[in-house]
Design a protein around this ligand. Sequence first.
Ligand SMILES: CC(C)(COP(=O)(O)OP(=O)(O)OC[C@H]1O[C@@H](n2cnc3c(N)ncnc32)[C@H](O)[C@@H]1OP(=O)(O)O)[C@@H](O)C(=O)NCCC(=O)NCCS
Length: 182
Amino acid sequence: MSISPVVSDTDKVMHKKTKVDLTIRTPQESEVDSILALFEYEVRAGKMLPRSGDNIRRQLDTWLVATDGDRVVGCVSLVFFDAGLCEVRSLAVDRGCRGRGLGSELVLAAVDLARSHGVRRVLALTRAATLFEQIGFQRDAVQNYPEKVWRDCAPCPFRNCCDEVALIYHLVESADGGPEKE
Ligand SMILES: CC(C)(COP(=O)(O)OP(=O)(O)OC[C@H]1O[C@@H](n2cnc3c(N)ncnc32)[C@H](O)[C@@H]1OP(=O)(O)O)[C@@H](O)C(=O)NCCC(=O)NCCS
């Protein structure tokens, strides 16, 4: 599936629960190392799937970063399986900025990004199920998403002891043709 450039309406200024204004926007190439640093610890601990700098650079328009001035303090990406299904992947927030709603804001912005691509379902596989449930994701069985199972779960060394929960967010067309939450 070809991904068109992220449009500026996915950019948003945040005020919620934070003392400073944070911006969520498409990252610049110069920010790739900062993105990788956000989840380096979890990747080394086997808690998150690794992403390469080259892979991120090639698909910058499928990523969003939260910035505090020049500093990247959060990130999230979308991985597209087909025109109808994508996954929220690589969600991470700087340790000093956690617990103030930024992770939730990033997931909501990722859902907006999925919506802008006409995607109908957004999948998440996570240990932070509460975060996703609080913003409208519903628990599901990963076996219902063979695209995910075959691409990522089958080769995963933790496939027989996976402690992640699958959740799905449904987007549907509204009567006037625009997408809305089911
Ligand atoms: C998971 C993570 C992104 C959450 O970021 P955050 O900015 O602290 O999240 P929020 O403040 O939006 O949290 C919202 C809710 O999600 C829940 N939550 C947050 N982190 C959670 C976690 N690690 N496990 C379970 N629930 C979690 C909390 O219940 C919180 O609700 P509350 O505000 O009523 O307490 C952050 O802890 C992080 O970067 N962790 C390391 C990377 C990681 O594990 N990523 C995988 C996530 S899929």
